[in-house]
Design a protein around this ligand. Structure first.
Ligand code: ISC
Length: 355
């Protein structure tokens, strides 16, 4: 199918309120799509059927599913468009600024008084759009961040989401799996290596340690890469790759995803206490932000789930952008606010023509 027809199909499915998803894996120039044939609602707990999964941050809530066997599956090649990024200025309110500084300070207090090492706090920024053109949004999303997992997902029960995630939750291929510990953020010009501070290194090491400990409960971890700088758009992160082999018959995609989600890159460490802090203090519903999304293919043992970061929900003429950052005892509230502003740029670039 030609790309123009694909975008027309997206528009039609959206108008008809029927579930669809398009996505492109990191580095790929192929768009994979699923257009569900009916408006039936599918949810999943076991990830045992082929299709696309969208799970929320809150594990008590439903995971939605677009099954391959109830959808038309289309693969379309596309050519990246050359879109220049420029810093986009938006208006931030004093109240939002103050609220975020308070949240970071409360998190730092909790780190001091409770047995918590790291808490990831976040916020939602609502922006009004002049014209919502989902074809233009999809085109920009696909071309702006070729090394990210780019997706658009629509489901009547979740609404319209898109994102460009730099973070793999888990990838399974045959009996091998891989995941990553991603943390520490710097705004940086292309291909520069930031001066990582002890604070960044500690923050990222906490993620590596917690992921390895959690994985040991379900499988044997075989290898950690060296920690290196990873570029995600105009941001750089510290990253360690973690790879291993599934224990035959024991570890499945479901058990590994459950052991990892939510990772200390989006929740904190230890998980239960950090999650409790988030639920009690953040003051808004994260919804599918910091959940996970991706294609699963149990028969061919080939599945890739990504953490739903650098994402937004489009509702009517509003774009709701979600951003957060990890807090450890050395974190400075004003720097953390600035980090969320930098992270907002990822989705702002996508909606730029509609601002
Ligand atoms: C929570 C987010 O990023 C996470 C992933 C990478 C680096 C992060 C950080 O430096 O704090 C966050 O843990 C977000 O982008 O909203």
């Amino acid at each position: 199918m030609e790309i123009v027809q694909l975008f027309q199909k997206i528009e039609n499915h959206y108008k008809d309120n029927k579930p669809f998803t398009i996505y492109s894996l990191p580095g790929s120039n192929v768009i994979s799509s699923l257009f569900q044939n009916t408006d039936e609602i599918f949810t999943t707990k076991s990830f045992t059927e082929a299709g696309m999964i969208m799970a929320p941050f809150d594990t008590e809530r439903l995971t939605y599913f677009i099954p391959e066997n109830a959808s038309e599956k289309i693969e379309t090649a596309f050519v990246l468009e050359d879109i220049q990024k420029e810093e986009i200025q938006i208006k931030e309110s004093l109240a939002d600024h103050a609220r975020h500084l308070k949240l970071v300070s409360e998190a730092k207090n909790a780190l001091r008084t409770e047995r918590i090492q790291k808490i990831v706090v976040s916020r939602k920024k609502e922006i009004s759009l002049k014209n919502v053109n989902i074809t233009a949004i999809a085109r920009r999303l696909l071309s702006l961040y070729p090394s990210a997992f780019r997706y658009m997902w629509y489901h009547p029960n979740t609404g319209l989401w898109c994102g460009a995630s730099p973070e793999v939750l888990v990838k399974i291929s045959g009996l091998s799996f891989s995941t990553m510990a991603l943390a520490g953020t710097r705004k940086i010009a292309k291909n520069q290596i930031p001066d990582w501070t002890t604070k960044d290194i500690t923050e990222q090491q906490l993620v590596t340690d917690a992921i390895t400990t959690n994985l040991q409960k379900v499988t044997a971890v075989v290898k950690l890469s060296k920690t290196y700088t990873y570029h995600a758009g105009t941001l750089a992160h510290l990253r360690t790759d973690i790879t291993g082999v599934l224990k035959n018959g024991k570890a499945t995609l479901t058990t590994i995803a459950a052991a990892l989600h939510p990772t200390p890159a989006v929740c904190g460490s230890p998980k239960i206490l950090a999650r409790k802090f988030i639920m009690n203090h953040e003051g808004y519903e994260r919804d599918f932000y910091t959940g996970f999304i991706g294609p699963v293919s149990p028969v061919t043992c080939d599945s890739q789930l990504f953490v739903n970061l650098r994402c937004m929900k489009i509702e009517g003429s509003m774009a709701k952008l979600y951003v957060g950052g990890g807090i450890i005892s050395e974190s400075v509230p004003e720097d953390e606010w600035q980090e969320t502003c930098n992270k907002l740029q990822t989705m702002l670039q996508v909606v730029h023509p509609s601002l």
